[in-house]
Unconditional design. Structure first.
Length: 118
């Protein structure tokens, strides 16, 4: 299971950090990522990170967002700086989890709302 937290309302130019923790009988976690979905739009990849820490970013957030992970805590973070109104969306975390009951399976968190508005 994935539990996301840390969303909220922020003014343009501000920052937020969202977190997502995986729980359960986890043996290993592969790629972890953040997606977002704005009203009326498709869900899109924001950033992803491999188990060894290599990050990948959507062009729209490069230089503003930073993805990181703590493998000991099975947690992925997304630090969002210089937020813009167009970053407003529900942010979902995703992880490929290898557990005691399943080989690598993709899981989604419940989503956390990020609203950028003055």
């Amino acid at each position: 299971q994935l539990q996301a937290s840390g969303g909220g309302l922020v003014q343009p130019g501000g920052y937020l950090r969202v977190s997502c923790a995986a729980s359960g009988s986890i043996l290993s976690i592969g790629v972890m990522g953040w997606y977002r979905q704005a009203p009326g739009k498709q869900r899109e990849l924001v950033a992803s990170i491999t188990a060894d820490g290599r990050g990948n970013y959507a062009d729209s957030v490069k230089g503003r967002f930073t993805i990181s992970r703590d493998n000991a805590k099975n947690t992925v973070y997304l630090r969002m700086n210089s937020l813009k109104p167009e970053d407003t969306a529900v942010y979902y975390c995703n992880a490929d989890i290898y557990s005691t009951t399943r080989f690598y399976t993709s899981y989604w968190g419940q989503g956390t709302q990020v609203t950028v508005s003055s």
